[in-house]
Design a protein around this ligand. Structure first.
Ligand code: THG
Length: 372
C-alpha cells in the first residue's frame, strides 16, 4: 500500500487492527486522524460509495476514533468540567455528543461520550490530543482519576441493512438498542460494547472492539454474514456527511471557533446551572450573539474539484464565509458545502457566490442543515 499512496508509513502513523483487511479489500488511499490511518475510498468513485451506503450496508474501519478513558472517584467531575453539555442526568448505557471547549470557549474536540459506569467514561474523539488535555487538567486540579487510551478499536456497520446484518452476528437483542445507546454483546467469549451510532445518517452501529488481536476475526465474521446484504468496505463518505451536516474537527471548525457558532448551541448549557471550563466565555458570546453561524451552501457550475483549501464565499464584494468541505451531490444535482456565514447573511435562501480553485465565482445560496 505504501507505494503510490504518498504517505511514508512509520510507527507514528499507527495501523489499526483492521488495516490488513482494509488493504486486502483494495483501499484507494488513507488519511491520518489521531495519528492513525483512516481509509479514504474503496469503490471506483466517492459517488459509487455514496449510493451503495444509502442502499445497502458497509463496514468501516473507524479505529481512528480513539477512546480516552476517564475513570475513578472524580471522573464525572472532570468530564463535566471539560464540556458545556449538562451530563448530570446521563444514564449508564447512553452516548452523548459533547463539545469540549477551552477557557475562551474554543473547540478542543467534539467527541461522543459513553457513560460506562457512574465513575467510568469513554470519550470517543475526533482529531486532537484530548488525552493530553485531560491529563493536564486532572494533574492541575488534583483530581483522583485514571486517564488512558484503552485497547479499543471502533468498527462501524452503516447503511439501511446494518440492523439485519448485526442481528445475524450478535443476535436479535441488537434490535432493542436505541439511537445513541449502547449494550454489551458476546463475541468469541468476550463481551463487546456495541452502540447504535456512526458518522452517517443512514443508520447503523459501532462495535467498540476491546482486544485488537480480534480485529481480523471480527471483520471476517461481519464480512461473511454481510454477503447476503451486498456488503462492501467503506469509510465516512464526504457527500453523505456534508448532506447530513456532520461536522469534522479541523475542517469545519478548530480551536478558533466556539460551539455556538458551530451550530452546537443545543449541546451547551449557558444558563449558569453547570460549571465548566469556558463557561463565562460562552455566556458572554451567548449574550451578545454569535458573529457567524454554521450553514450549508448550495452552488452551481458543475462538479467542484476536491476542496483542499477553503473556498471563499462572497455576497457582492464582501467575503461572508468559506466553504471548508464541499463536493458534488449526485442526488441534489448541485454542489453542497459547509461554511460558517457572517451575521446578516446566514438566512436560508441568501444569494452567495463561491469562488472555486480556478478563481471562478459560482452562484449559489445559503441552506439550513441538514440539506433538504
Ligand atoms: N462515532 C464515534 N466517535 C466519533 C465519531 C463518530 N468521534 C469523532 C467524530 N465522529 C465526532 N463527530 C460526531 C458528530 C455527530 C455525531 C457523532 C459524532 C452524531 N450526532 C447526533 C446527531 O447529529 O443526530 C446527535 C447525538 C446526540 O443527540 O447526542 O451522530 O461518528 N464513536
Amino acid at each position: 500500500m505504501s507505494r503510490g499512496s504518498g504517505l511514508n508509513m512509520s510507527r507514528r502513523i499507527r495501523r489499526s487492527p483492521y488495516t490488513d483487511r482494509v488493504e486486502q479489500c483494495g483501499v484507494r488511499g488513507f488519511t491520518v486522524v489521531n495519528h492513525m490511518l483512516l481509509p479514504k475510498a474503496f469503490q471506483p468513485s466517492v459517488e459509487d460509495d455514496y449510493w451503495h451506503l444509502r442502499e445497502h450496508v458497509q463496514i468501516w474501519d473507524v479505529a481512528t476514533q480513539r477512546q480516552v478513558s476517564v475513570s475513578g472517584p472524580d471522573a464525572a467531575q472532570l468530564v463535566q468540567w471539560m464540556t458545556p453539555r449538562d451530563i448530570s442526568r446521563a444514564r449508564i448505557g447512553q452516548c452523548l455528543y459533547v463539545p469540549l471547549v477551552d477557557e475562551h470557549g474554543g473547540m478542543i474536540n467534539d467527541p461522543v461520550l459513553l457513560k460506562l459506569a457512574e465513575d467510568h467514561f469513554w470519550l470517543s474523539i475526533a482529531d486532537s490530543d484530548v488525552l493530553l488535555w485531560a491529563k493536564g487538567l486532572a494533574l492541575g486540579r488534583g483530581f483522583d482519576v485514571r486517564i488512558e487510551e484503552p485497547d479499543v478499536s471502533p468498527l462501524a456497520i452503516q447503511g439501511p441493512r446494518a440492523e439485519d446484518l448485526m442481528a445475524r452476528v450478535f443476535g436479535p437483542a441488537i434490535r432493542d438498542v436505541g439511537f445513541f445507546e449502547f449494550a454489551w454483546f458476546d463475541f468469541l467469549d468476550t463481551r463487546q460494547l456495541i452502540a447504535r451510532s456512526g458518522y452517517s445518517k443512514q443508520g447503523g452501529f459501532e462495535i467498540y472492539l476491546q482486544g485488537g488481536h480480534l480485529g481480523s476475526t471480527l471483520w471476517d465474521e461481519l464480512w461473511q454474514a454481510g454477503g447476503r446484504f451486498n456488503i462492501t468496505p467503506g469509510c465516512p463518505n464526504l457527500i453523505e456527511r456534508i448532506e447530513a451536516g456532520l461536522l469534522s474537527y479541523g475542517n469545519e471548525f478548530t480551536l478558533q471557533n466556539n460551539p455556538l457558532e458551530c451550530g452546537l448551541a443545543h449541546y451547551c448549557s449557558v444558563d449558569g446551572s453547570v460549571d465548566y471550563i469556558g463557561r463565562d466565555a460562552l455566556q458572554e458570546i451567548a449574550q451578545s450573539g454569535v458573529e457567524r453561524l454554521m450553514r450549508g451552501v448550495l452552488f452551481d457550475g458543475g462538479p467542484v474539484q476536491t476542496v483542499a483549501a477553503p473556498l471563499p464565499v462572497f455576497v457582492g464584494d464582501q467575503q461572508v464565509g468559506q466553504v471548508t468541505s464541499g463536493i458534488w451531490s449526485p442526488r441534489l444535482q448541485r454542489n453542497v458545502g459547509l461554511s460558517m456565514i457572517e451575521r446578516g447573511y446566514w438566512d436560508a435562501g441568501q444569494d452567495i457566490e463561491v469562488r472555486d480553485t480556478a478563481g471562478v465565482d459560482r452562484p449559489g445560496s445559503v441552506s439550513l442543515l441538514p440539506f433538504e
